[in-house]
Design a protein around this ligand. Structure first.
Ligand code: XIL
Length: 366
């Protein structure tokens, strides 16, 4: 377990800056001639000292959120909070295979382009999500009955095209998503079944060739604790690194239930960081059985604080992304029956106790 104090030593400062230097951080103005991050620029209308974004910028890390295209295009209250509070965005669905390549070789970039343009206009970085996943595949791909050779070339050209399109505009890609079962075996997906585990190394190599500067991640859920699934991922990550495969980071989705953060989370993230990998919390939410009580909202606040501290207290933590801003649009109620209230803002964009917890996780003085 790391005993790192909340004020990092000069050497850990150096380490963190070295990790982050390749990233096009929120404001171009963050980079000064020496290549070292200077103090953050203010977002118009916001006080850097009192926003999530201000705290994260001051620390040289990312605070991100998943963004849905319909909220982005139709809800100005939503975009006001998005741009005030976050220096990074992840497409909630718009960069998934079914969205971008609905027919073979036929690409629809409309929603993904909207998000990337919005991010550029508001000096936000983009996490690309996701290239190789078992879910949200178009039916032509699911039902195509392709040979291994065909599937390999379909995957390569999808990665070449998508990563190539956003080259220089996406600082990190979730190249492979949810490749494991909870018991540590490989999940039986189209990719695993037809191509074997080698698809993971190939996907990383193709993504690297398409954008050498992007940080390339394997992303998964239920890997926050030290358990069979994270052990299996750890073994794979170590093997990929030994083989020189361009793997840069591990994304810990962190879809939690209130009061149930795994006690081994920080130590577990640290063992990945000790391999030289970046670690990021990529999809944080903390669901509560509905209706949420005041005590549960208070516990949720602690959970947001602890989850973000667990990442930021580890060397090479690049940042924390929450899986949505407001309970108004969260994926939780439709996915986990009886649960909701999982995000830092309520349905009317009032900051919940969770917002304060997350702030304190980013800056202990918040
Ligand atoms: C979810 C989205 O939030 C939903 O809108 C969509 O219907 C299903 O996918 N792990 C992931 C994310 O990696 O892509 C998922 O996002 C949530 C779980």
């Amino acid at each position: 377990m790391s005993t790192q104090a909340s004020t990092p030593s000069p050497s850990s400062h150096r380490r963190r800056r070295r990790v982050l230097r390749p990233l096009p951080l929120a404001a171009a103005g963050l980079l000064v001639a020496t290549g070292v991050y200077a103090l953050p620029q203010l977002t118009p209308g916001a006080s850097a000292a009192t926003t999530l974004r201000g705290y994260a910028d001051a620390r040289g890390v990312r605070i991100g959120t998943a963004v849905g295209d319909s909220a982005l295009t139709s809800d100005s209250s939503y975009t006001a909070v998005l741009d005030r509070e976050f220096n990074s965005v992840t497409a909630e669905n718009a960069m998934k295979w079914d969205a971008v390549e609905p027919t073979r070789g036929g690409f629809d970039w409309a929603a993904a382009d909207r998000l990337v343009a919005h991010a550029a206009a508001h000096k936000q970085g983009v996490r690309g999500h996701t290239l190789v996943w078992y879910s949200q595949l178009p039916s032509w791909l699911r039902n195509g009955d392709f040979s291994a050779t065909q599937l390999n070339s379909i995957l390569k050209s999808h990665i070449d095209t998508e990563v190539g399109r956003y080259k220089g505009r996406v600082y990190a890609w979730d190249v492979v998503n949810e490749a494991f079962n909870d018991d540590g075996s490989m999940r039986s997906s189209l990719w695993q079944t037809k191509l074997g585990t080698g698809y993971i190394a190939n996907a990383l190599k193709w993504a690297h060739a398409a954008d050498p500067a992007a940080r390339l991640y394997i992303n998964d859920y239920n890997i926050e604790a030290d358990n069979a699934k994270s052990d299996a991922l750890y073994a794979l990550a170590k093997q990929l690194l030994a083989q020189g495969v361009p793997l840069n980071g591990i994304g810990f989705q962190s879809h939690f239930v209130v009061g149930k953060l795994p006690s081994t989370m920080k130590a577990n993230l640290k063992r990945f960081s000790d391999l030289g990998l970046e670690v990021s919390v990529t999809e944080l939410d903390v669901r509560i059985p509905l209706p949420a009580s005041a005590a549960e909202l208070a516990q949720q606040s602690k959970d947001y604080k602890t989850a973000s501290e667990n990442c930021l207290g580890v060397p090479r933590c690049a940042g924390v992304t929450v899986w949505g801003i407001t309970d108004k649009y969260s994926w939780v109620p439709s996915t986990f029956t009886g649960y909701g209230a999982a995000l830092p803002f309520d349905e009317r964009y009032t900051a919940k106790p969770a917002y304060t917890g997350l702030s304190k996780g980013l800056d202990p003085k918040a």
